[in-house]
Ligand binder design. Structure first.
Ligand code: ZN
Length: 150
């Protein structure tokens, strides 16, 4: 485990912690694929190569969501959305993870480095009903293609 500051973020580099966070949020596939995680005020990365401005911006969007919902709200929201998307919409991994409002907001705005400066409080809640199809670009994490409304 390493601890450092990069791109103005407090980074904890630990493959084990990122795998564990990935498992908790998206099961075995999450454990295998997760590259970074957020728990305010720390950005966790599997390896230093993932401490990039886009990853850090993505995780900072999660920080803001965690503050707004006092952390537990994010968990409650994501559990409710997972139940809905998996049981009723029959969405499978990794798409149910990308269906979550917290990830919709983070992936759709991670490239905008001014997003958090201009973001209105509680913007997260807009993404409960505003869903788009998100597809990972192969071998270019965390870059995604944002598709049609779902
Ligand atoms: Zn995320």
């Amino acid at each position: 485990m390493k601890f450092y500051r990069k791109h103005n973020a407090l980074i904890i580099e630990s493959a084990l912690l990122v795998k564990s966070a990935g498992f908790l949020t998206a099961g075995n596939k999450g454990a295998k694929d997760a590259k970074a995680a957020a728990f305010i005020p720390f950005v966790f990365v599997r390896a230093e190569e993932f401490a990039t401005p886009i990853f850090i911006n993505h995780e900072r969007i999660h920080f803001r969501q965690q503050i707004e919902t006092l952390i537990f709200g994010c968990w409650i929201l994501h559990i409710c959305e997972d139940i809905y998307s998996r049981l009723f919409l029959k969405i499978k991994s990794p798409d149910y993870y990308l269906y979550r409002a917290i990830e919709q907001e983070a992936y759709r705005n991670q490239h905008d480095m001014d997003y958090l400066k201009n973001r209105k409080w509680f913007s997260l809640f807009k993404y409960i009903t505003d869903k788009r199809k998100i597809t990972f670009l192969e071998n270019r994490p965390p870059e995604v293609m944002v598709g049609e409304k779902i």
